[in-house]
Design a protein around this ligand. Sequence first.
Ligand code: GUN
Ligand code: FE
Length: 420
Amino acid sequence: MKVIKGNIVSATGFGELTILENGFIVLDKAGKIAAVTEHLTEEQKRLPLMDYGERLILHSFVDMHLHAPQYPMLGMGMDLSLLDWLNTYTFQMEARFSDVEYAREVYQRLAADLIHWGTTRVVMFSSLHTQATWVLMEELEKAGLTGYVGKVNMDRNGGVNLQETTKESKRETLRWLDGCERFQRIKPIITPRFTPSCTDGLMDWLGRLAEERNLFVQSHMNENLEEIRLVKELVPDCDRYWQTYAKHRMWKDHTVMAHCVHIDKDEIAALKEANVVVAHCADSNINICSGIAPVRQLVKEGVWVTLGSDIAGGAQLSMAEVITMTIRSSKILAMQKQEDGNFLSVAEGYYLGTVSGHKYFGSGEGFCVGDMFHAIVVDDSDRISLGRKMTVQERFERMIYRMKKENIVAVYSEGKKVLG
Ligand code: GUN
Ligand code: FE
């Protein structure tokens, strides 16, 4: 067991911060939180102490939607809109991952960078390549991340270098799943890329497989108007995009749907009823001009909303930057709608980018006794002094807006120190 000391900023609810100045978190042998307290008992005082002094102890970030094989193309093709961007840059980039050595090089770097930016849990897309997907899972696990990774399924509209036949897709998915049993903390998730990439036959098979093997599902939905029109054209018997997943049993509890930008009352009700998780990706939605999701409305109506970097639609791996982009985009929407003050606060953004994602992995709200410890230690002593003592909350807000890699001096994942 051990004790960690610092200024603890806990997101105990949507928009609710609980701050413990010079507080203590006691960890048990397994890395689970045994106590969060202002005062240690005599017994706890005898445990080894990691004293972080004036530094901030925050929840680590959770990136609920990103594309690993797009990491090398951050910031590229940003003048295009979704479908052109996919066809011009993205599919060609992903096709490179038939080369396992190249995959190793990129994924090592990605895994290390995620930890350096304080992200410890992920729900991630690989490419359609089985071998490279295992490499990705290995590298994430080695770096100390936890999460779900999907071998992508796509048996139509991919182009020459990035498409499987339906038969190959099924065969490779089974082979991939067999090889996933060796991983402890990185688990497989069923990943039809999005409806335009998968035939009905493949979707149906994937839905049944997910059900039989008790696997979660991730995909994309309602990202861009052109894409929504394409889905209507491809699946004329479904009135709504979500029904193209529901039809094949993939619209269910813990299914992660990236985007959900263009969304109406009926679709919101469908999300809520099935407990589908929205991975909102503000940076990506602005970069490729997809639109602005009504995030605050979704949360207020009871939808489970989390955040994703969606690299490389998003151009930032840093979830602190994704949080601030999320806040800014909610402000743009509030201004457009002339709804004064109806935007995300810093505390709300922090909740969405951390705890709301940690809940996907079974954690509670805030730093809870019994949960695995996932945290970052932030040192802001490089910042210009205000010439007065700042409150912990002020320092926290400044860091969410201005956090650099160098400010993250330690990272804990599954109770273990993986950086610092
Ligand atoms: N929809 C289907 N594939 C993708 C992708 O790679 N990125 C984004 N942003 N949207 C998608
Ligand atoms: Fe995406």
